[in-house]
Structure formats: structure tokens, C-alpha cells
Design a protein around this ligand. Structure first.
Ligand code: SF4
Length: 305
């Protein structure tokens, strides 16, 4: 089996040559590269999928409050809100789930870095939101619980991970190297690819959706307040989830990204390379050095002494 690919073009050529669907290839490739059986790999994937489900249940049902005061139960508040501008279940759940999972991360709970902890709400948030509205509709978000799922949902996670592999090879998945475009931006591309896949789009269209989403996160800086993965990270997970829904809705309308996915990744790398160091996760620029950002930092330092 050909395991090496750096671009979507290369991945597409392998899938064509081997006549294998992308999720099956992703599972076989990962099993081979990890040196485990496919059966064991699937068990591990399912274990991690369950972690994401548990995180979103926790974040929705139990308001998450962090020691710093930067995370204040936004997901739980959003779920119980009586007024919303956009009355759409998939939209509402996508935002709520992404927030919930990332708040659990911000409060030291268990999540799956997908691709990173700071962006961990976006991919599972979108995939579970789709599942709960379209795959296996559940009536009430407030009563959310563990949910049975089939191979479609697992395959969506695998397709997302293939997208992440390409970004990691062509650019980076580290905020300290490429800014937040490499974390939340990459997660948005992965989620858009997965969501388009769930909507039964051909793989080329899935990667066009990924390109549309990633293009709209290019240049996103990493400037976390007090050096914590909370502000702007948690709410950014919800904002990028909205970006993903836009990308996939455009894709479903046969609107393609003019710039192909591989070239968007190339652009992301160039932008990451020229981004100033103060905007790459070291909390010395942007939001981190606003008066409010600095006040939180100083308050935290007092707590620590
Ligand atoms: S702002 Fe920085 S720390 Fe926060 S999610 Fe983005 S890359 Fe990660």
C-alpha cells in the first residue's frame, strides 16, 4: 500500500490507483503506519469518538468555569437561551457542541486533540451536530446523552484526519509555528471536509469545502490571553463552526473554491512563515496585551503567589 502523500492531488491519485474509498484507505494506512491491526485501530478510534461525545455532554450539562475566570459556562448558557437570531437546529448544535467541547478542554477536562486541544471542539462539534440532527435525530439538545452511531460517523472522523495529514505535511498544525490558522483554521478545513462527506459529496468537492473554510481562516493569529487556551480560543471554536457550515452550504450549491485545497495549504504555510513571533502563541501581542488581557494575566499571577 502506498502510504505517503503530501497533497490532496497525491491522495486522490492513490485512491484512484488502488480503487479504495478515502475512509477505508485512511484506516488501512493508519493501521499500517501504527503497526496495529485494523480491528485494534477501529477500537481505538471508537474510544476517542466516545471521549468527544462525553466531553460535549459534560460541557452542555455542566457549566464549565475555569480558575482564570476566562471560561464561564458559555455552552450551557447558549443551550438554555430563550432568544436566538438563527433558528436552525444544525446551526445551533454546531455552535453549542463546539463551544461545549472546547470549554471542557479549557477547564482541564478530557478531550481529543483534533488536531489540537485549542481547536478540539470544531471537528467533533460539527460531526456530532450533523449526527444528532440528520444521522440519528435526537429531539432535545438539553437532554443530550450517549448516542449510538454507525460507520458513517466514524468515516467522517477519518476523512477529517486525512485532511489534517495534508495540512500537517504542507504547512503545520501548531499555533506556535503558524498562528491560529494552523489550529482553528485547520480544524475548520477538516470539519468542512467531513461534513461535505456526510452530505455525500464526492471527495473533490469535500476538499473544495475544506479549501473554502481554510481560506477564511488564513492569517488568523494566536494571541491567547494570559497564555491560556481560553480567550480567544473557546469562542473561536464556535465561530469557525459557523464558517464550516457556510463552506459546506456553498459546496452543496456547486460553488467551488477557485484556489484548490493544495494551494490554500501552500498559502497558509507562506503566511505562517511571515507572521510575527508575537502572534504565535507566546501571548506577547494582540488580545493578550490589551488592558483587559493583561489584567487577567496579573490576576492569575496573584492567585499563583
Ligand atoms: S488562539 Fe492560539 S492557543 Fe488559542 S486555539 Fe488558536 S492557536 Fe490555539
Amino acid at each position: 500500500m502506498q502510504c505517503k502523500f503530501h497533497t490532496f492531488s497525491e491522495l486522490e491519485a492513490i485512491l484512484e490507483a488502488e480503487q479504495i474509498p478515502a475512509p477505508d484507505y485512511g484506516i488501512k494506512r493508519e493501521a499500517f503506519m501504527s503497526g496495529v491491526s485494523e480491528e485494534r485501530l477501529l477500537t481505538e478510534i471508537d474510544r476517542r469518538i466516545e471521549i468527544t461525545r462525553n466531553a460535549l455532554i459534560k460541557g452542555l450539562k455542566h457549566p464549565q468555569h475555569s480558575r482564570s475566570g476566562l471560561t464561564k459556562g458559555a455552552a450551557a448558557a447558549f443551550v438554555s437561551a430563550t432568544r436566538r437570531l438563527i433558528q436552525d437546529d444544525l446551526f445551533t448544535r454546531s455552535l453549542a457542541y463546539s463551544l461545549a467541547i472546547n470549554e471542557v478542554n479549557a477547564c482541564g477536562g478530557k478531550v481529543v486533540s483534533f488536531p489540537t486541544a485549542g481547536s478540539s471542539g470544531i471537528v467533533p462539534g460539527i460531526i456530532w451536530a450533523w449526527w444528532d440532527t440528520k444521522g440519528n435525530p435526537t429531539p432535545e439538545m438539553a437532554q443530550i446523552r450517549e448516542a449510538p452511531y454507525d460507520s458513517r460517523l466514524r468515516d467522517a472522523f477519518v476523512v477529517a484526519s486525512l485532511t489534517g495529514v495534508i495540512i500537517a505535511q504542507g504547512a503545520t498544525l501548531a499555533g506556535s509555528e503558524g498562528g491560529c490558522q494552523a489550529e482553528c483554521g485547520a480544524a475548520g478545513a477538516m470539519a468542512a471536509c467531513a461534513l461535505a462527506y456526510l452530505e455525500e459529496q464526492p471527495l473533490r468537492a469535500c476538499f473544495s469545502a475544506a479549501a473554502l473554510s481554510l481560506k477564511n481562516s488564513l492569517g488568523l493569529v494566536c494571541d491567547p490571553v494570559a497564555g491560556l487556551v481560553e480567550v480567544p480560543c473557546v469562542k473561536r471554536n464556535a465561530f469557525v463552526a459557523a464558517n464550516v457550515l457556510t463552506a459546506v452550504d456553498l459546496t452543496l450549491s456547486s460553488i467551488e473554491s477557485i484556489i484548490p485545497f493544495d494551494e490554500v495549504v501552500w498559502a497558509m504555510k507562506q503566511i505562517g512563515d511571515i507572521l510575527p513571533g508575537v502572534l504565535k502563541e507566546n501571548a506577547t501581542g494582540g488580545l493578550a496585551i490589551t488592558p483587559t488581557g493583561l489584567a487577567f494575566k496579573q490576576a492569575l499571577e496573584r492567585l499563583d503567589t
